[in-house]
Design a protein around this ligand. Structure first.
Ligand SMILES: [Zn+2]
Ligand SMILES: [Zn+2]
Length: 437
């Protein structure tokens, strides 16, 4: 437990230069005024600090003159590396920091944690989301955040492996976790949690969900839970260690996404995984109800409505070129994709790729999703089939599948479960506690 609400620093934009627009007067901590207007920050010519308006600062920290003072970042890239990557103008409250690291300028927003959460949940969820779904999400996002940031939770950094990889001539095993932020706490993209400042206006429900759960987090064994979540589990949720480092998390265990959450299939077995992925099980996240789906999916996400069960088809030539480009490995012509190990959700953890020039085993799930798609496959829970020389991937779910299934949670809330019941379902054994008042 801590005394008061912490602040958080969010890396929103980076580039050779960063343009920003102050809508009001801002001040440096030394009291120097920056009047409303447009500015450009670039790295100082001697490589030390950031240059704005011909002046050089170590870090330029701009404090709003009034709590409601706003600033804009006109060219923020969202959805980096995802199929919907685009630029937009975003608006923020709080403190703006500009700092240079090498030849890159970073725009960092410093805001109170609950304000950050309100924005994250507004970005992540739609304005039509139900209150209980939003409350569940508020607790999950707050828990995840505090667990990532020992600086905020006041406990020593957990011994964890980030983006650790092992590469031998025969095998590549790598995973991706938050590892590359040294200049701020979190970034604004899906790598951490999608944050767009005030760009998507908080609906009264989001503000209420955050306020009514203020400081509330999931706890397990005296520690804040590393509460993961993804779009759609596909029927069964995945284990932490099949997506990230090898440390098991007792509250991130496979859950059958239905009222009776007893695990009734063993998707680590190839035949059962095939049968399950080919089926349309009656689970929470199996819904075509547009009103429910639109609670979780923003408009750009609704461009992909087929995530519960999906199919991708490549010719052998397309697949070989794609994998060569995405992995940097020349397999020659790929002749076989063979799942070697699946997790309890059916997600492939270890995949054998056989080509005419070489063969290798690759994992974990995100690496597999990255090299088998120009952006990302929806998930690594797929079955490989051949049709002539084509490869057909029939898959299930969207995302890593660990922890809360957002679509499933939306359906649960719609059916009358409250946020505590939703959290109990997706994080077995975890309790709820208040971390600060
Ligand atoms: Zn990040
Ligand atoms: Zn689900």
């Amino acid at each position: 437990m801590i005394d008061k609400e912490p602040s958080i620093t969010v890396g929103v934009q980076r580039g050779d230069t960063v343009d920003f627009r102050l809508r009001d007067t801002f001040y440096t901590p030394a009291g120097e005024a920056f009047p409303a207007g447009e500015y450009r920050a670039c790295p100082a010519s001697d490589g030390r600090g950031v240059s704005v308006g011909g002046r050089v600062f170590d870090t330029l920290r701009l404090l709003p003159s009034r709590p409601e003072s706003l600033f804009d970042l006109p060219h923020v890239t969202i959805g980096v590396d995802f199929h919907w990557q685009r630029q937009e103008c975003q608006t923020f409250c709080g403190i703006l920091q500009l700092l240079a690291h090498g030849t890159t300028v970073h725009a960092v927003n410093e805001v109170p944690l609950e304000t950050y959460l309100t924005s994250v949940i507004s970005s992540e969820m739609s304005a039509t989301s139900s209150l209980e779904l939003l409350k569940a999400h508020a607790v999950v996002s707050r828990s995840w955040l505090l667990a990532q940031l020992p600086r905020l939770s006041g406990r020593p950094a957990p011994v964890r492996s980030f983006s650790r990889g092992e590469e031998t001539p025969d095998e590549i095993v790598c995973w991706y976790d938050r590892d590359d932020h040294t200049l701020f706490d979190v970034c604004a993209d899906d790598h951490c949690q999608r944050y767009q400042g005030l760009t998507r206006v908080a609906t009264p429900y989001v503000s209420r969900a955050v306020a009514e759960t203020r400081g509330e987090v999931l706890m397990y064994g005296g520690e804040v839970c590393d509460a993961r979540f993804s779009k759609c589990c596909g029927g069964v949720s995945e284990r932490f260690e099949n997506c990230w480092g090898p440390e098991p998390h007792d509250y991130l265990q496979p859950v059958y996404d239905a009222p009776d959450d007893r695990l009734r299939v063993d998707l680590t077995r190839e035949q059962e995984a095939e049968r399950f992925i080919d089926s349309r099980p009656d689970v929470f996240c199996h819904t075509a109800d547009a009103a429910i789906l639109s609670q979780v999916l923003n408009s750009y996400d609704r461009e992909t409505p087929d995530f519960f069960r999906w199919q991708v088809r490549y010719s052998a030539r397309e697949l070989s070129a794609l994998v060569a480009r995405r992995s940097g490995i020349d397999f020659g012509e790929i002749t076989r994709l063979e799942p070697l190990r699946r997790g309890p959700s059916g997600r492939i953890v270890s995949l054998r790729i056989v080509g005419t020039r070489c063969e290798k085993t690759v994992g974990k799930e995100l690496y597999i999703r990255r090299i088998l798609s120009p952006s990302h496959l929806y998930s690594s829970a797929f079955v490989v089939r051949r049709s002539g020389t084509d490869f057909i991937l029939d898959g299930a779910g969207w995302g890593h599948g660990v922890g809360m299934c957002q679509i499933g949670a939306a359906v649960m809330a719609h059916r009358g479960y409250d946020y505590r019941a939703i959290l109990r379902h997706y994080y077995p054994g975890a309790g709820l506690d208040c971390y600060y008042r």
